[in-house]
Design a protein around this ligand. Structure first.
Ligand code: UDP
Length: 332
């Protein structure tokens, strides 16, 4: 298949391009480089032996996007990763988040309709479930999310569902990610956020590298087994493989899949695993809870297994080993 991947140079996008190419698909990447680096293209080529076609285009710009569809008139599907993703920043810059993440979804969906590209895979998030008991199932009602980033995911899901309703040939697959971590085992691709990381695993990696002095664990008085927050961490390579299964599946209408492991892991378990697998000390202190954080959530991952034939295979040890390997080997 020939697949357009927006945000294909980002963390999840780049790993997905590798898996698509490894499964004999042809990839065209669009990325505005706002939170990614052009060298990622070289690294995808180094891993796969194939250099994907790349357009430095912003998906919110309809004319620029049109030039991509004009140059490549026969996409079999699109996978839409491009978007802003920092939860805290979204609270400070709501307009940037709503504008970027919603306009890009609409402009891309419009281009798909006019070019008869009927398979649209969307990068959504478990945050759309809001505050309700886990495990999260795809048929649960969605609750209000606690920040503009989460709202852009929920509203994009809604937009794509309405587009699918109005256009019977168009199918939308909404992939709700849990917490993607880890890196490509080659050490060539990984998560490389600008500035001080907000997310747990990249922060732990900076502490491991002694670029930051210690981790703050946000709360140890949650109603969880060890009192620290629980999430469903999933290795980014497993997540990427889920996209290949999703794009290859024939569907109509709207399909929704959780991409998680189905297993909750606490912050303390992450810290301990990172330290023991990599044989390195991770200094930490207990800090107050971070506002907006939920105590615990994880996926019911059975639907993706039953319908896509996909399930996460990599372990917590793989996640922390590959995350550290990327820090030490990538030369970034
Ligand atoms: N966390 C932490 N210290 C940090 C960053 C995160 O203790 O510096 C905790 C956070 O409170 C949550 C978990 O790690 O329980 C995952 O947070 P992250 O920001 O990675 O993902 P989220 O699930 O919040 O989107």
């Amino acid at each position: 298949m020939k697949i357009l991947v927006t945000g294909g140079l980002g963390f999840i996008g780049s790993h997905t391009c590798v898996e698509l190419i490894s499964n004999q698909h042809q990839v065209v990447i669009v990325d505005n480089l706002v939170n990614s680096k052009p060298e990622v293209l070289d690294r995808i080529e180094k891993i796969t032996g194939v250099r994907p076609v790349f357009f430095p285009v912003d998906v919110t710009e309809a004319l620029a996007l049109e030039s991509v569809f004009a140059a490549h008139p026969h996409f079999d599907g699109v996978i839409h990763f491009a978007g802003l993703k920092a939860v805290g920043e979204s609270v400070e810059k709501p307009i940037a988040y709503y504008y970027n993440n919603l306009v890009s979804t609409m402009v891309l969906a419009e281009a798909c309709l006019s070019h008869h590209v009927n398979r649209f895979i969307f990068s959504s998030s478990a945050t759309v479930y809001g505050d309700q008991p886990s495990p999260y199932r795809e048929d649960m009602d969605l609750k209000t999310t606690s920040n503009p980033y989460g709202e852009t995911k929920a509203v994009s899901e809604r937009i794509l569902s309405d587009v699918a309703k109005a256009n019977p040939d168009f199918s939308a697959t909404l992939l709700r990610y849990f917490n993607p971590v880890g890196a490509h085992p080659s050490g060539l691709l990984g998560e490389d956020p600008n500035g001080i990381p907000n997310n747990l695993m990249p922060f732990v990696s900076k502490v491991a590298r002694r670029e930051l002095p210690k981790l703050k664990i946000f709360g140890n008085d949650y109603p969880t087994p060890d009192g620290t927050g629980v999430r469903d961490y999933i290795h980014v390579v497993d997540l990427a493989k889920g996209h290949v299964k999703a794009v290859e599946k024939r569907t109509s209408g709207v399909s929704i899949y959780n991409l998680g492991t189905g297993k909750g892991i606490s912050v303390m378990e992450i810290v301990k695993a990172y330290a023991s697998v990599n044989d390195i000390d991770i200094p930490y202190e207990i800090a107050p809870r971070r506002s907006g954080d939920l105590a615990s959530y994880y996926a019911d991952a059975t639907k993706a297994k039953d319908e896509l034939g996909w399930e996460a295979e990599l372990t917590l040890a793989d996640m922390v080993r590959d995350a550290y390997h990327f820090e030490t080997v990538s030369g970034k």
